[in-house]
Every structure is written in C-alpha cells, then in structure tokens.
Design a protein around this ligand. Structure first.
Ligand code: PMP
Length: 395
C-alpha cells in the first residue's frame, strides 16, 4: 500500500489559501509587513523618497505633452509594439534617446523592469555564462533566473571577482551585468574597468543606468556615456523613463544589431502591451527639457552633496554621494520603519529599505535628491531626520 501523498490533502476551497495567513503572520513577527500609502495630488510634503530627480514629473511641458498625446492617440497603446502599439511618438523617442546618449539605436519598453528582463534574457541563454555584481537590481536578477544561463553573482564592486568568474566559466558566451549607480546605497560601479575585464575575456557588458541617466555625465547623458562606453560595440545600456524623465517606461540602448535582436526575440517586448503613447510623449518632452537645461543634472548632484554633508555634520554615517541617492543606516528594520514614519508625520517623506529588499540585511533610510531642492528644504529635512532619529543612528 502506498502512503497518502500531499495530493491526498484535498482542502476545501475556503482553505486553499490558508497558507497565506501563516506566511503573513511570519512577516508580521519579523516586522516585514509593507504598507501602501496614498499620495495626495497636491502634497505639501517634502519628497526625498521618489525618483523624480530632475523635478520633471509635474513639469507643465511634460504633463502637458502626456495629456495631448492621450487625446490624440488614446489612453492606452492598444497592443504589442509588434502589432498596433508602435506610434510615431515611440519611434521619435527611440531616435532621440539614442542620439542623446550616443548609442546606435534604442528600443522602448513598457517599464525599466521589462527592459531589463528582455535585454538579459535575449542576450544570454543555455550556452551562456552571466556574471553579475551581487547587488544588481531585482529586475536584472529575475532576467538572469529566466535566462537558463550559468549564473555567478560575485562580490559587490569587485572587478577582480568578475574577472575570475569569467576566466573560470564553462560556457562559451558571457554577459557581465551591473547597475551603474546601485539603487540602495547610490555608489557607482567601476564601468571602465569592467569594460576592460569584459574585453580581456570576450564578454559583453550590460549596464542598468536607471539612476545614472539624467544625473551623471555631460548634460545628464548617464554613467555609461561618462565612461566613454555609450557607442561601444560590446556594451548595452538599459534605462528607465520613470526617474529622471519623470514619466513611465524603460529603454534599451546599444548597437543596432542588438536592438534588432531584441525586437525579434525579447519576450517582454513581444508579448507585452506597448508603453502608452502619453508616457512616451512625456518622456520625449522631458528629454527636450533636459537638453534645453543641461544644468538640471548638475543641480541634482549638488543638492545630493549638500544634503549628505549636512547629514554628516549632524553625526549620521553617510558617505559623499556619487549620484542622487543617499542612504543612512538604521539600527533595525523596526527602527527604520518608525524613523521613516515619524519623518513623514513631520512632512518629510524618506524611503525606508529593509530586508528582504536589501541584499546585505542592513535597514536604511534612503533619501533621493532632486534638482529643485532648495537650501531651506535641505535644512528642514536634516532637522526633521535628526529629531526623529532612533538611538544609535548617529556616531
Ligand atoms: N533598475 C533599477 C536600478 C531601478 O532602481 C528600477 C526601479 N526601481 C528599475 C530598474 C525598474 O524600472 P521601472 O520602475 O521603470 O520598472
């Protein structure tokens, strides 16, 4: 007689999801319950949590372009890019993004997440090795998992470890994947060195410039452009349209044959409804604004430097930021949540990152600077963060 297996535990319909309650209880015990907070349209809050680095999300030129495109093309894109979803706005945006960054070509996706999924999976496969920095963004990690490649996630910001993994790989093709600006601590990857390592080992390099585009490099052309790699034949860049450009969507930039390959094979491009024309038009208008006011990029890094210096002077352990992201360590996940929530009560919204969203298990407040932050904003933020700080947050 065979013993009854799991299939015999036939639960009634009202109990099949009972396991979710058990999981929820475990998360509650670990202080890991996430809350959705509804943002008001006209908030008096000082926002140091969003990614609207250049302050363009509410810019009238940008929001106005979205409204006009929605009226002309409709609220949605109506289909996949390969069927009905490509409008002249998408084509123009791709042309302008490629020109601005110095890439041969660009391809717009419905988000940065789907751009990363598409690029990683299409540029790797069962005959490939992928070597990544272990702190890459979740969307890149998901792309690696879907790719069926051999994956080596090596020490953070360690070109030597990448070199070692490349030289000991068992697959002929290799792709190195990194963020340019790491989204939790805001530090930047040694892109030139990584490109050198890739070239020594016949590997291609994929850089997620989500937090570098619009902030770093000449006029905000991004970290890949700043490293002199944007037109390189072996480098592919991904960006999001939802941070510096204040819109929504993502893009891949790179050699023309890579873009052609993505159109033919990237599943998150082919089987996804295209980016809404309104979002494409908003991104295009934001790109024009950035071209007209290149100083926006410098303003955001200056504001970040100013904020970090004042936080350091107040006793917090913060480094000087490489881009727009600043993080402050909190003593525990609960302390981080309480700290962020008490800042919000005082009208200063800061990000709160804690396990499992952070790879190193360290809870933090995460602040993002914006080009339009005034000195008075910075003073107010530092005063509120200091007053709300838990014991042990300063040195
Ligand atoms: N890459 C990085 C580094 C990010 O921070 C994000 C957004 N959190 C993404 C990709 C995903 O971009 P999107 O929000 O446009 O999907």
């Amino acid at each position: 007689m065979t013993s009854p297996g799991p299939a015999s535990q036939n639960l009634p319909p009202d109990q099949v999801f009972d396991w979710l309650d058990v999981e929820a209880e475990k998360r509650a015990e670990a202080g890991l319950v996430r809350k959705l907070r509804i943002r008001q349209a006209q908030e008096a809050e000082l926002d140091l949590a969003g990614n609207d680095y250049l302050g363009l999300a509410r810019d009238k030129r940008v929001a106005g372009a979205a409204a006009a495109a929605a009226l002309r093309w409709g609220a949605g894109s109506t289909g996949s890019r390969l069927v009905t979803g490509t409008t002249e706005v998408h084509a123009e945006l791709e042309h302008e993004l490629a020109r601005f960054c110095g890439a041969q070509a660009a391809l717009v996706f419905s988000s940065g997440f789907t751009a990363n999924l598409g690029a990683v999976t299409a540029l790797s496969g069962a005959d490939s090795a992928i070597v990544t920095d272990k702190y890459i963004h979740a969307s890149l990690i998901e792309g690696c998992r879907l790719s069926r490649s051999d994956i080596a996630a090596v020490a953070h910001s360690a070109p030597g470890a990448i070199k070692h993994a490349l030289s000991t790989r068992r697959k002929p093709r290799a792709l190195v994947v990194t963020d340019s600006v790491f989204s939790v601590d805001g530090d930047i990857a040694p892109l030139e060195e990584l490109a050198g390592v890739c070239r020594e080992h016949g590997a291609s390099l994929l850089v997620d410039d989500a937090h570098g585009f619009g902030v770093l490099g000449e006029g905000g052309r991004g970290a890949v452009h700043a490293a002199g790699l944007s037109g390189a034949p072996d480098v592919v860049t991904t960006i999001t349209l939802s941070k510096s450009l204040g819109a929504q969507g993502g893009a891949v930039l790179g050699p023309r044959r890579v873009i052609k390959h993505l159109v033919d094979t990237a599943r998150s491009f082919i089987f996804d409804t295209a980016l809404a024309p309104a979002s494409a038009a908003a991104a295009l208008a934001a790109l024009s604004a950035l071209k007209a006011e290149p100083e926006l990029a410098t303003k955001v890094t200056e504001a970040a430097g100013n904020l970090a210096m004042q936080l350091k002077a107040a006793g917090f352990r913060v480094g000087l930021p490489d881009a727009a992201v600043i993080s402050i360590q909190a003593p525990s996940p609960d302390a981080a949540v309480a700290w962020a929530s008490s800042c919000a009560d005082q009208g200063v919204r800061v990000g709160c990152f804690r396990p499992p969203s952070v790879p190193d298990g360290i809870s933090r407040l995460r602040l993002t600077a914006r080009a339009d932050l005034t000195e008075a904003d910075v003073d107010r933020a530092v005063a509120v963060i200091t007053a709300a700080a838990p014991p042990g947050a300063t040195s």
